[in-house]
Ligand binder design. Structure first.
Ligand SMILES: *Cc1c(COP(=O)(O)O)cnc(C)c1O
Length: 669
């Protein structure tokens, strides 16, 4: 009886579009694709209650790591298009590349992200669920995802269209609810989907509302709007994708009857939400709306700030919409600048690290007083490996309650003199590394050889090929100090020609390598995604991060690595600049002059690669003094640094981050 009541309540709150009863087997009793259904009913009721206004988080992309965290299950077998594809490997062990590929029998990540920004948004909503906040995420259902990266022999990356099946993706459900955005040339209709993001205890959820224009009666071109994330080859598409997120998101919240107190714009992409809310309001009330909007800026890089001409905007938006944009977002050049617009319509603005705040103060001096900073974090439960979770559980006196409060990890330092902990930390790491070697067994990786990884979005300022800059120097380190295993991975945006050349350069360098494979292995992995990110960040010895300062606003992949005791080799930029007094590995490289931003196209490759190799040589030396052909010296300074990394992870996580958002930005604390 109770159970029937629950399911009835679920279906009265959530209008599942399911004429064939397709979902009835997965949503029944108290089960939603294998998770507790009552958490959903509770959250949906609270979001509609007039007492407690909720938070709406808008983001163009979400990286939810569905393949490795809180995987929802279905009674139906996984459709082949929703399984991870077979990925090629490009290495200097060409025979293996030729005969083998990486096959992983797992579900694809929900393909609605491109890189770090999306992963941060995903980690944020997961933490909101852990904190049981009345919140909803708003995003877009990208019908063809971002893209699938194919290596095209050694000539670089060939982007391929990605195919997946939203209708059978476990946990994702279409709703009957439709909304309409009235635009000048045509109305755009959107269907709503929902995906539920569960807390790590599975007792609370944050609904993620996904907008989809691929429906009747939309025109063919309107149906394309939610096809591929970050289309930038066409102004109309680029602009309309942002209009869909902003206007569609506000429409969806109204349609669902959510009581929203705060609109959080994760990047300026979402700022049309303000324009949508302003429709039909008198001028002074528009002014009032600002108190409900907050804005997080994520990049100092020029290309990250969207600009549109008023000519283009007025072809799509109504006169009253462009008037609002004129009023709050017109820059001196006469264009509409979405960053400016976002800052002018928000009651709180934040950068994503202390360094990034300084850069924003230089870039936007007029807003100096308003721009605060909240350094990004990562979601512990997603990024911690099983091995390290077990390790921390074995030392409850130090790590008491670390699952509910990951800030406790800061206490890892207290265990530096505990021989048992030192040994077990090394063993946990070796066990993770053995997993990676197993995955790449055809490439003969050795768990007792120094392994370093660079993996993230391929963008010029991140300098993907820095470690390959002087291949002779690299070879000499391998000869003199000890063998090296280098892993590289990342996608370049399909319209980023410069990014493309980096991948080309990487593959070409590896192709020309004549060195003995046992001395120097370089392995480039295709189609980098969250699934690979989780494996790599937790299992290599050193995580390499070498952006050109000050263009990395925060960066997060290193935070995933330190959670698993993986050492850092990094330039001093983004979050790392807040932890340079911590002995986590090696910091090196160019520093921009105080008070200036510098030139993002002057990459300082020669000087910085020299510094990189010097740091690498030191770390490799220490590594082989620590790991002597499988025999570990656990009194080594290497282990001190591993423990220091774990301790720093107590600070750079999304729990600390959301505490600061509550205090400084949402002011709900
Ligand atoms: C964490 C993550 C990133 C972000 O990496 P940065 O080093 O912060 O640029 C990018 N892509 C994936 C798949 C990730 O998991």
């Amino acid at each position: 009886m109770e159970k029937n009541k629950l399911i009835d309540e679920f279906y009265s709150l959530i209008q599942v579009d399911d004429p064939e009863g397709h979902y009835a087997g997965d949503i029944k009793d108290n089960s939603y694709f294998g998770m507790p259904l009552d958490a959903i009913v509770k959250a949906e009721k609270r979001l509609r209650s007039p007492e407690q206004p909720g938070l709406a988080y808008f983001s163009m992309e979400y990286g939810l790591a569905t393949s490795c965290y809180n995987k929802l299950s279905s009674q139906f077998p996984l459709k082949p298009s929703n399984k991870l594809p077979e990925n090629a490997v490009f290495s200097n062990f060409r025979v293996a590349d030729y005969f083998f590929a990486l096959r992983q029998d797992n579900i694809i990540d929900l393909p609605i992200y491109s890189g770090g920004l999306g992963v941060l948004a995903g980690d944020t909503v997961k933490t909101m669920a852990d904190y049981n906040l009345p919140a909803a995420g708003i995003g877009i259902l990208w019908n063809s995802g971002y893209f699938r990266q194919k290596f095209w022999f050694k000539y670089g990356q060939a982007p391929e269209k990605m195919h997946w099946d939203p209708a059978t993706y476990p946990g994702l459900i279409p709703l009957k609810n439709r909304i309409k955005i009235s635009l000048k040339p045509e109305d755009v209709h959107l269907r709503l989907w929902k995906y539920y993001v569960y807390s790590y205890k599975h007792d609370s959820v944050v609904p993620l509302i996904l907008l989809d224009s691929n429906i009747e009666p939309n025109s063919q071109r309107a149906r394309q709007l939610t096809d591929q994330l970050y289309r930038s080859d066409n102004v109309w598409l680029k602009m309309l994708q942002r209009v869909v997120l902003g206007f569609g998101g506000v429409g969806a919240l109204n349609e669902l009857g959510y009581n929203t107190g705060t609109y959080h714009l994760n990047e300026g992409h979402a700022v049309f939400a303000f324009v949508a809310k302003a429709r039909g309001l008198p001028k002074d009330e528009v002014e009032h709306l600002k108190s409900k909007f907050v804005y997080t800026c994520h990049t100092p890089v020029e290309a990250g700030h969207d600009r549109f001409s008023f000519d283009d905007l007025s072809k799509v938006l109504k006169k009253e919409d462009t008037e609002v944009i004129e009023r709050f977002g017109r820059e001196q050049s006469g264009s509409a600048n979405l960053t400016l617009l976002s800052m002018n319509i928000s009651s709180a603005i934040n950068a994503v690290s202390r360094n990034h705040q300084r850069v924003m103060h230089i870039q936007f001096p007029k807003y100096k007083e308003q721009i605060q900073y909240v350094t990004n974090g990562v979601h512990m439960h997603t990024w911690i490996s099983r091995e390290f979770m077990n390790l921390f559980e074995k030392f409850p006196e130090t790590f008491n309650d670390f699952k509910a409060n990951p800030m406790i990890l800061s206490k890892a330092n207290e265990l530096k003199s505990n021989a048992d902990f030192r040994t077990q930390a090394w063993q946990a790491h070796q066990s993770n590394k053995a997993g990676l070697c197993g995955l790449l067994d055809k490439w003969k990786l050795d768990k007792d050889i120094f392994t370093i990884c660079w993996a993230r979005r391929v963008a010029a300022y991140k300098r993907p090929s820095l470690i390959l800059h002087d291949i002779n120097r690299l070879v000499s380190i391998a000869e003199k100090t000890g063998p090296l295993q280098i892993i590289l991975a990342g996608k370049a945006h399909p319209n980023d020609n410069l990014g493309f050349t980096y991948i080309n350069e990487m593959l070409d360098t590896v192709d020309r390598l004549k060195e003995d494979y046992s001395k120097l292995k370089i392995i480039v992995l295709e189609n980098y995604d969250i699934y690979l990110a989780k494996i790599l960040t937790s299992s290599v010895d050193v995580w390499l991060n070498n952006p050109l300062p000050p263009f990395e606003a925060s960066g997060t992949s290193g935070m995933k690595a330190i959670l698993n005791g993986v050492l850092q080799m990094s330039t001093v930029d983004g979050w790392v600049a807040e932890a340079t007094d911590r002995k986590m590995g090696a910091f090196f490289g160019y520093k921009n002059a105080e008070g200036s931003v510098g030139n993002e196209f002057d990459l300082h490759m020669n000087e910085d690669s020299k510094e990189l190799y010097r740091s690498l040589e030191d770390l490799v030396g220490l590594y082989y003094r620590t790991n002597r052909q499988g025999k570990a010296d656990t009194s080594s300074a290497w282990i001190d640094m591993m423990i220091e990394c774990i301790s720093v992870a107590g600070q750079f996580n999304t729990y600390r981050m959301l505490d600061q958002y509550k205090h400084l930005i949402w002011k709900t604390a």
